[in-house]
Ligand binder design. Structure first.
Ligand code: SOE
Length: 387
């Protein structure tokens, strides 16, 4: 049985974390908070949890933060925290998409590390500006494409890197959901279906980008061009709720990506299938502890997290023995803990272990470029657009 090695972790005192967004009634803020705590690398010390100052402060109080660290606005938080001796070192940005840019920029300006939800921004221009700001500040910037934190996704990537499936020919990736099958109005749906807040991509921005990041992460390939059709099936909806994309990768491989919010019977069906000259790999998010490997000409094998056949790349981001499921929250926490390694290294001038891997600003920029290319292609009757 494979050893669960864990990361060669630094625990040099918890990172003081702030949060923008993620207050009362928000889903993803709670996920980020749990993810940040799982391996004991962070302590939440401040927040501006809502754009409504009263709600922001009430949310902070509910989380047990001292009154003076519950801010009514992110600007006030950035300014004051920077002045404090024990001010935040990193901030999680978990607002609707349109606020990622102004919020992240405000903290970067002050050299504060940023962990930002996907997609990075609502347009490519802002994404590039944010990249410049991040480079200028020298701060660590992470984008929470959380699904590449799963051990068996890391395992798949390591197998591809080791040449176990040969030269990649095909990358099939999908992310079907069904929660927007009908017109829905609630805190989650409202901003995701509003172009002012979500950006030009609906389904393609919200979950298509997860699938795209997954395809590139596991294959190690870059897409060269895409042809996409965005559809809106629910009448009156202002953004796409389904996207189908063909991809051409730089090495000549071909791919297909499907994401949908109206595929009845699907919850979070993120899945990849990747085929090379020597074999194939298949994985699905709803059963994340298993990876299927088909060496060409041999029976298909099931590699399990922590079990025989799984290697170091999976072991270092696993916590518990094989057969006990690890899932969404642990995968999310892996991203936070990898980022912590980079932040702690920055704190003491040390080096980050080469095995540390998390989605960075470049991945965020690529995600936004993908969204824009899909929108453009769809507007041209699914014509090919280069990336
Ligand atoms: C809603 O579609 C949503 O919460 C996405 O916004 C997340 O990124 C995805 O992880 C789960 O679904």
């Amino acid at each position: 049985m494979m050893a669960i090695t864990g990361r060669d972790e630094k625990h040099l005192g918890r990172i003081r974390l702030g949060m923008v967004g993620g207050g009362q009634g928000a889903f993803i803020g709670g996920v980020h908070r749990v993810a940040s705590r799982l391996d004991d690398h962070y302590t939440l010390v401040a927040g501006a949890f809502s754009s409504d100052p009263e709600r922001a402060k009430a949310s902070g109080r509910e989380l047990g933060l001292p009154e003076e660290r519950c801010y009514g606005s992110f600007e006030e938080m950035a300014k004051r925290e920077k002045r404090l001796k024990d001010g935040i070192e990193a901030v999680s940005v978990v607002t609707p998409n349109h606020m990622h840019f102004p919020v992240a920029r405000e903290f970067l300006k002050r050299g504060i590390h940023v962990i930002c939800d996907k997609p990075l921004t609502t347009n490519l221009r802002d994404a590039k500006r944010l990249k410049d700001a991040a480079e200028k500040s020298g701060a660590t910037f992470a984008v929470t494409y959380n699904y590449t934190g799963y051990p068996m996704v890391r395992q798949a990537r390591a197998m591809v890197e080791a040449g176990e499936i040969g030269e990649i020919r095909l990358v099939q990736v999908e992310y079907p959901q069904d929660w927007l099958t009908e017109e829905v109005h609630n805190k989650q749906a409202d901003w995701r279906t509003d172009p002012e807040m979500a950006g030009a991509g609906g389904c393609v921005g919200d979950i298509g980008t997860h699938a795209y990041h997954m395809a590139c992460f596991v294959s190690g390939l870059q897409a060269e061009s895409i042809a996409a059709e965005l559809s809106t099936f629910v009448e009156g909806r202002r953004l796409d709720d389904n996207v189908q994309v063909m991809l051409r990768f730089t090495n000549g491989a071909r791919g297909m990506l499907w994401a949908s919010q109206v595929a009845v019977g699907n919850e979070n069906g993120l899945r990849f299938r990747i085929y090379g000259t020597k074999g194939g790999l298949e994985w699905e998010q709803e059963n994340p502890n298993w990876l299927w490997h088909a060496p060409f000409g041999e029976p298909k094998r099931r590699i399990t997290r922590g079990g025989a056949g799984a290697g170091d790349a999976a072991g270092r981001v696993s916590r518990i023995p094989a057969g006990h499921p690890e899932g969404y929250l642990e995968g999310f926490a892996n991203i936070y803990s990898e980022v912590a390694q980079a932040i702690l290294a920055a704190r003491d001038g040390g080096k980050v272990d080469a095995a540390v891997s998390f989605p960075r600003i470049d991945d965020g920029v690529k995600g936004v470029a993908f969204i824009e290319a899909c929108v453009k292609s769809s507007g041209r009757n699914a014509g090919w657009v280069s990336l």
